[in-house]
Write a protein that binds this ligand. Structure first.
Ligand SMILES: Cc1cc2nc3c(=O)[nH]c(=O)nc-3n(C[C@H](O)[C@H](O)[C@H](O)COP(=O)(O)OP(=O)(O)OC[C@H]3O[C@@H](n4cnc5c(N)ncnc54)[C@H](O)[C@@H]3O)c2cc1C
Length: 331
């Protein structure tokens, strides 16, 4: 494999197979999706069929049994091809919460269906209008009544709800006034979106500038079976933080893929565009910013691999995951 990324030989088999799927979705396809503010349904379907969106699911449940490092290579390659993983990447990073904290029954019930593409777990509901960054002030409340929880509240900026069957929801289960540590009393639920839409869930799309499908979501006495609680009641904050590290590493890898794609395009144009009888790429004024961008992407890429290595080793990786995303987004 010949590429401007010198690490392209790592996981070459994954890269080549992902590039094969992406090749069918060219620039014209993505421009049409963008122009019509559409959802890349055919692309997401093709990725699912090829098994890439189930990469993190263990093989016993029909998935690929990949590490987070390998999953990050998949998303990097999608964006490296000029495609946009944003339409479906949450299926990868929400998966960690279910894999690490879900019960054996939940794994048996959901993972094979997610792996086969019958169910999509692409929605992740944490942010609220009055509690953005300060997640511990989450107001959406899930009250236990017998064998179910009754959920009331509001979320905002919740992406891909219209293209997801399941939603991972963070809600308070013990009021802030009744706990000593504010990170406690929050719980994670697996919500059946389709069923809930018939029972108190309202989804209102938010128009935004980057064709990223996102929504306001209202819960009005939505019933969630108690068996859909993920892990222990009251411990959801730490599960979500763990999931956010995976999200940061995976999105850093997407940014790295974007970076190599943009640099490749810039390099090609600089060598093809002739002014004063020579390519503009012969001028240092053109070379320097491309070289700077390349150095930034390479540095971010190294931090992404370090963060992914720590995550896979189940070692603390919060700082590295944050730095990887910061460096990669800037690059
Ligand atoms: C396109 C899009 C898609 C999204 N998709 C999802 C989704 O699928 N699911 C979901 O749950 N959320 C989603 N979000 C929400 C996103 O994660 C939030 O925007 C984020 O959590 C920040 O919340 P906020 O916008 O309310 O910012 P605020 O909390 O209002 O913060 C505003 C600014 O102040 C800074 N700030 C706040 N407090 C401090 C502090 N103590 N020290 C330093 N700086 C501080 C913040 O860093 C930020 O820059 C999405 C957002 C967008 C724009």
């Amino acid at each position: 494999m010949n590429d401007i990324n010198p690490l392209v030989h790592q996981h070459a088999d994954i890269r080549e197979a992902v590039r094969d799927v992406c090749r069918a979705f060219d620039s014209a396809y993505w421009q049409e999706v963008e122009a019509s503010s559409g959802y890349p349904e055919a692309f997401v379907h093709a990725l699912t069929q090829a098994g890439w969106l189930a990469a993190l699911i263990p093989e016993e449940f029909g998935g690929g049994g990949a590490s987070l490092t390998e999953a990050s290579v998949i998303l990097e390659e999608i964006n490296r091809s000029g495609a946009n993983s944003g339409a479906c990447h949450a299926q990868m990073y929400t998966m960690g919460t279910l894999l690490r904290h879900g019960s054996p029954e939940q794994k048996r019930a959901y993972l094979p269906l997610i792996a086969s593409g019958e169910l999509r777990l692409q929605s992740f509901a944490v942010t609220e209008p009055t509690t953005g960054t300060d997640t511990t002030r989450t107001k959406t409340f899930a009250e236990k009544r017998g064998d179910r929880y009754i959920v009331n509240g509001q979320k905002v900026w919740i992406s891909r709800v219209q293209h997801s069957d399941l939603m991972l929801l963070l809600a308070r289960t013990t009021p802030l006034s009744r706990i000593t540590k504010k990170t406690e009393g929050l719980s994670v639920f697996l919500v059946d979106v389709r069923k809930s839409l018939e029972g108190g869930l309202t989804v209102r799309p938010i128009r935004n500038m980057v064709n990223h499908e996102t929504n306001e979501v209202f819960f009005d006495n939505v019933e969630v079976p108690a068996e859909n609680l993920v892990g222990e009641e009251g411990k959801g904050f730490s599960y979500i933080l763990d999931g956010m590290n995976a999200e940061r590493i995976l999105i850093a890898a997407e940014c790295v893929g974007d970076g190599y794609w943009f640099i490749d395009r810039a390099r090609t144009y600089a060598s093809e565009r002739i002014v004063f009888d020579r390519p503009i790429g012969q001028n240092q004024g053109i070379q320097f910013p491309i070289a700077q961008a390349y150095a930034n992407v390479r540095a971010a890429d190294l931090m992404r691999y370090e963060a992914a290595r720590l995550f896979d080793a189940e070692q603390p990786c919060g700082a590295e995951a944050n730095m990887a995303k910061l460096l990669a987004a800037d690059a």
